[in-house]
Design a protein around this ligand. Structure first.
Ligand code: PMT
Length: 397
């Protein structure tokens, strides 16, 4: 680690589980310690078959176990700047995915608000097994950071993906993560997410299939970088990400009011919500009764929140999303230009693995000079990548 300052004083909880690669963890501790991090190590029962606690202590790790007084899982969960698990076995990934809390390591993973980073290590067939694939996808969706695994000869004699990343690579990954973390420190940002619900009568209304996952992932990724994030969310089943101030709204009109209320000093606006373009002209005060064979509803235009924000003076750096079922780039570019945006993220809706409701997305990012299609990835990863793009472009005030 060349840049000492990035790791300097960082508090790392290193979880070690029972894989052969555990023998490399003293080297990992040594690298982290040399770079200035403080390391507390938590070993699973089986990890001690592959690495001696004494070897970890000798290179400067403080060992913590269940026997320690008080509530070590809560103390460690609060203390950690990051929880790093290396090696992370297939069994550990499965337990994290199901939310198990049956030992100190898994319990502290549930109790912490710090980022969780895992370095998987296992036989290649185990890594490629559908159960592990599903656990991997679920953990990515929750925002867990993965470093590796690499591919190559394995301790079991096979060759393929599943090797734990080398200590040098893991340390470099954290260096990059810490280098980026804080790039938006204290920058006021607002994200809209989820659908809007436009009432027709007290029992019924019009909405769309947005789950909020994309917008919530953007809010979480901005908070990870230190931004002061307000998340204005339509109705969703999601919990507010840690460190984000959420305001729940129902209709487009309410969403617009909540956005306007945060105009002062706003530096960044990301419109990921699927805002209804129209609402019923009137909301019936009582539940509508079945009468004629047909029902005609008159809709009126909703305000375009994103276009309004882009007109503010001074205006925040303004990022929109475009949900398209055809001519993705052309339609998205037209929205970028018409609404006067800095960046637009176009995603196809109506195809598997992208758009509404999915954990994954496939996006094309467009600004006035460039159009770049990104590889499909978990929404949490797309969000982090988008935040990196924003960091590059955000005007420094
Ligand atoms: O929520 P998920 O299930 O994770 O799905 C994610 C998503 C598909 C909803 C998201 O990735 C996305 O594409 N969001 C924008 C959906 C949309 O409404 O697209 P649009 O092309 O109709 O609108 C373009 C932009 O204008 C969007 O930034 C939208 O927030 C904004 N807009 C639209 C209409 C309106 N009245 N006010 C707005 O602010």
């Amino acid at each position: 680690m060349r840049d000492k300052a990035r790791a300097q004083g960082r508090r790392v909880v290193l979880g070690i589980t029972g894989g052969i690669a555990a023998y490399k963890t003293p080297e990992l501790v040594r690298r982290l310690r040399t770079a200035g991090a403080v390391v507390r190590a938590v070993l699973s029962q089986s990890a001690t078959r592959f690495v001696a606690p004494g070897a970890l202590a000798a290179v400067g790790a403080e060992l913590v176990d269940d026997e320690d007084r008080g509530m070590p899982h809560i103390d460690l969960a609060r203390w950690a700047d990051i929880v790093l698990i290396a090696p992370a076995t297939a069994h550990l990934l499965a337990r994290l995915a199901m939310g198990a809390a049956d030992d100190l390591l898994t319990t502290l993973c549930l109790a912490t608000e710090a980022p969780l980073c895992v370095a998987p290590a296992m036989n290649r067939v185990m890594w490629e097994h559908p159960a592990t694939r599903a656990n991997h996808a679920q953990l990515l969706e929750r925002g867990v950071l993965f470093v590796g695994p690499g591919a190559g000869p394995q301790a079991c004699g096979e060759n393929g993906p599943g090797r734990m990343s080398e200590p040098l690579e893991i340390a470099a990954f954290l260096e990059r993560f810490w280098g980026e973390t804080g790039a938006l420190r204290d920058i006021p940002a607002l994200v809209t997410a989820g659908p809007t619900y436009e009432a027709l009568d007290p029992a019924r209304g019009f909405t769309n299939r947005s789950s909020g996952k994309m917008g919530y992932a953007v809010a979480a990724a901005l908070a990870e970088q230190g931004a002061q994030v307000v998340l204005v969310s339509g109705p969703t089943a999601l919990a507010a990400p840690p460190g984000v101030h959420r305001i729940l709204v129902t209709s487009a009109i309410e969403m617009r009011e909540a956005v306007r209320a945060h105009r002062e000093g706003l530096r960044l606006f990301v419109g990921a919500a699927a805002v209804a373009d129209y609402r019923p002209e009137t909301m019936a005060p009582q539940k509508l009764k079945k009468q004629a064979d047909t029902l005609t509803v008159t809709f009126v235009r909703n305000p375009d929140i994103l276009a309004e924000v882009a007109q503010w003076q001074p205006r925040p750096f303004t990022v929109g999303f475009a949900a398209e079922t055809e001519a993705l780039e052309d339609h998205a570019r037209a929205k970028l230009e018409k609404k006067g945006l800095d960046l637009i993220v176009a995603n196809p809706v109506g195809e598997p693995g992208a758009g509404f409701g999915t954990d994954q997305n496939r996006v094309t990012v467009i600004n006035k000079d460039r159009t770049v299609a990104w590889a499909a990835a978990a929404k949490t990863e797309i969000a982090r990548q988008l935040v990196r793009e924003i960091i590059k472009r955000l005007p420094r005030n």
